[in-house]
Write a protein that binds this ligand. Structure first.
Ligand code: CDT
Length: 303
């Protein structure tokens, strides 16, 4: 067995006025709790350093830029890296990333994987960007990820870390089977992801009523069908009038939920994850080499 003591550190709402220092303080506090409960890896949410700003049309560029990180770690986020190193705890962290390439600003919805010595070992940029690039008339709260980010350009790599093969994705990515399968084909042991999901994200009552079900359905299916652990961490609660799902989870390769949050506030949940558990599925029902028939899957990459 290869055990990784894992924590999902869910966050309650982040107010628009909250500073990076405020957020980092909350993250550090949860990291300490996770360590006290035996964890060596902590999964934080998507956009864990700011409020979920894509809900607003922001026309002032300097204001928009203020939500992005231009370096990682920065003076403001360094305390989190220092704490990680001190405690010997690694982490997944989501944040908005701004890079300037040939004088052009590029914006990504990004996550990083940091090892137990405080070093960044992996970076992922969100591929599936939901919502719209223009505000929808009549709505007070929008979902403008297509305006504020460009699709990630790094694919779905995996990293050898924490004694296994680790993968990352972000929020809406968790609803797409290809995401897990691309990592599953690389023998991923654990997929980490953070999410910000408003209860009214579809805008269609019958579907929105199933938001919590669809949240778990996607991640449990991804875990089972690809023989991997999935750790999904929410930012949740009432954030500036947008009510967002909690129910952060740690899911085994069986598809079973082994830990789940019960609040919509800052809350740490933990599980002892045996990375060898995936083998049971990978060597039987989901032995890809023996049972997959990729010659019939061409359409998936053609359209
Ligand atoms: N952050 C994010 O990707 N949220 C989406 C909901 C918004 S869809 C307009 C999600 O899939 O959870």
């Amino acid at each position: 067995s290869r055990f990784v003591m894992t924590a999902a550190a869910q966050m309650g709402p982040i107010a628009r006025a909250e500073t990076r220092a405020d957020c980092v303080k909350r993250l550090v506090e949860m990291m300490r709790e996770a360590k006290a409960r035996g964890s060596e890896l902590v999964v934080f949410p998507e956009l864990a350093l700011t409020t979920f700003f894509p809900r607003w049309m922001i026309e002032d560029e300097a204001e928009l830029d203020s939500f992005y990180e231009t370096e990682m770690p920065s003076a403001q986020t360094m305390p989190l890296f220092d704490e990680a190193k001190k405690l010997g705890v690694g982490f997944y962290l989501g944040f908005a990333e701004l890079v300037v390439e040939n004088g052009v600003k590029r914006r990504y919805n990004t996550s990083i994987l940091v090892d137990r010595t405080g070093n960044i070992v992996g970076k992922y940029r969100k591929v599936h960007l939901p919502g719209t690039s223009e505000p929808i008339p009549g709505r007070v709260l929008h979902h403008l990820e297509k305006r504020y980010f460009e699709p990630g350009d790094l694919g779905f790599p995996v990293w050898r870390a924490f004694g296994g093969v680790m993968g990352m994705c972000i929020c809406n990515d968790r609803r797409w089977p290809e995401v897990y399968r691309v990592m599953g084909l690389q023998a991923v042991d654990m997929v980490m992801l953070g999410y910000n999901t408003p209860f009214d994200h579809v805008g269609e009552v019958a579907m929105d009523a199933l938001s919590l079900f669809h949240n778990h359905l996607s991640m449990q299916a991804g875990a089972y069908q690809n023989a991997t652990w999935v750790v999904g961490t929410a930012k949740c609660g009432n954030e500036e009038g947008s009510k967002m799902l909690g129910q952060s989870v740690i899911i085994a390769p069986s598809g079973e939920i082994v830990a789940q949050s019960v609040t919509v506030e800052d809350e740490v949940i933990t599980a002892k994850c045996d990375l060898d558990m995936g083998k049971r599925y990978r060597e039987t029902i989901f032995d890809f080499a023996r049972h997959r028939r990729p010659e019939h899957y061409g359409l998936i990459v053609e359209r």
